[in-house]
Design a protein around this ligand. Structure first.
Ligand SMILES: [Zn+2]
Length: 311
C-alpha cells in the first residue's frame, strides 16, 4: 500500500567535508561547500498520526535506507524545476528524552539533503532558511498494516478492531510494517491546506473515479469496504427494479395507468415515491379485486365458488 505522511524540514548546520564527499558521490562532479545548500528533514517517526497509523521501528530502518538519494520536489509553482533537493544521508534517531503516546522511545528518520545554490533555487533556499518551507510530505510503500491490539492485519476478518477505538484501555492503531519503496518527499508550500487533508491524498488525487481511487490507494480495508458497498448497491438495484415492476403490474391491473407510460414514469422515482404509489395502487387493486370479501359475498349469497365456472 502507498503511504503519504507529513514531515518537517529543519534548517541545518554548515556542510562538513565528510558530507561534501557523500554529496559528490551522487553528483559525480566536484562540488565545493559554496556550491551547495544543505539542510535536514525529519521524514517519518513512530508516533501515531492523524490517520491512526505509525511506522514500526523496523520499518523506519528500512525506509531510512530507501530514502537515500531520493529527490525532493515542490508542488508549488515558485520553482522552475520541480526537483529541488536530494537526500544524501539518512539516520534513524532515537530520542530518549521523548516518548510516543503509546510509551515507546520517540524514533524518527533524520535526512540530510542538499540543493544547488543556483539562481533558480534562490527562493527555495530562502524559504527553508526563513522557516517557510518546513511542511514536507513523504510517499512510500509498505506491505502491511498491523493492528496494535491483536497483531493481525488491521481491518482483516481475523482482527475486527477499529482504529481509533479503545479496547480495555488500549487504543487501536495501525502499525505500518514491511517498507518496500520510498518514492519521494515534497515540500508543500501551503501549510494551511494540511488541515484540509490534502496531503494525505497526494498520491491518489489523480484518480478519476471512486473505484480507481480505491484501487490506486491499495489499502486492503478500503478495498473490502468498497466490495461490500458494491454488493449492497447491486442488491439495492435488484430490489428497486422488482419494486418498479410491481408498481407497473399494479398500474395495469387497476387500469389506472398505461403500462408503457408508467414504465417510463417509475424510472425516475426513488424508493419512497415508489412505495407510496404502490400503496395507493394496492388499495385500488383491493377495491377492484377484493379476494376475501368476494368469498364472503359467495357465502352471503349462498353461491358456491365453483358456480363461477358453470355458465
Ligand atoms: Zn485487531
Amino acid at each position: 500500500m502507498r503511504i503519504s505522511k507529513e514531515a518537517v524540514a529543519m534548517t541545518g548546520a554548515e556542510v562538513t567535508e565528510k558530507e561534501l564527499a557523500k554529496i559528490n558521490a551522487f553528483t559525480g562532479r566536484e562540488l565545493s561547500a559554496d556550491d551547495v545548500f544543505v539542510f535536514s528533514v525529519k521524514l517519518c517517526d513512530n508516533e501515531i498520526d492523524r490517520d491512526g497509523e505509525c511506522f514500526s521501528a523496523e520499518c523506519l530502518k528500512t525506509l531510512a535506507e530507501l530514502f537515500m538519494g531520493k529527490t525532493g520536489i515542490s508542488d508549488h509553482s515558485w520553482s522552475s524545476s520541480r526537483q529541488v533537493a536530494r537526500i544524501f544521508d539518512t539516520e534513524v534517531i532515537e530520542d530518549y528524552a521523548k516518548s510516543t503516546s503509546y510509551g515507546d522511545v520517540y524514533t524518527y528518520i533524520k535526512a540530510r539533503a542538499y540543493t544547488l545554490k543556483t539562481p533558480a533555487n534562490e527562493e527555495f533556499i530562502a524559504r527553508i532558511e526563513g522557516g517557510i518551507n518546513k511542511e514536507v510530505s513523504v510517499g512510500c510503500a509498505v506491505s502491511q498494516c498491523y493492528c496494535s491490539i491483536c497483531g493481525n492485519p488491521l481491518g482483516d476478518e481475523s482482527c475486527g478492531h477499529i482504529r481509533g477505538l479503545t479496547y480495555a484501555g488500549r487504543k487501536c492503531y495501525g502499525i505500518l510494517d514491511g517498507a518496500t519503496d520510498a518514492y519521494e518527499w515534497s515540500f508543500v508550500a501551503v501549510p494551511a491546506q494540511r488541515d484540509a487533508g490534502v496531503i494525505k491524498g497526494f498520491y491518489n488525487a489523480d484518480a478519476a473515479t471512486l473505484s480507481e481511487f480505491v484501487e490506486k490507494c491499495g489499502k486492503a480495508e478500503f478495498t473490502r469496504e468498497f466490495e461490500l458497498l458494491t454488493k449492497q448497491a447491486e442488491a439495492g438495484r435488484r430490489y428497486l427494479s422488482a419494486l418498479k415492476a410491481d408498481v407497473v403490474r399494479l398500474g395495469a391491473l387497476t387500469e389506472l395507468w398505461d403500462a408503457e407510460s408508467l414504465t417510463e414514469t417509475v424510472k425516475h422515482m426513488d424508493e419512497s415515491a415508489l412505495l407510496s404509489l404502490k400503496k395507493s395502487l394496492d388499495k385500488k387493486a383491493d377495491e377492484i379485486l377484493p379476494p376475501v370479501t368476494q368469498l364472503g359475498a359467495y357465502k352471503k349469497n349462498k353461491v358456491k365458488p365453483d358456480d363461477d365456472y358453470m355458465i
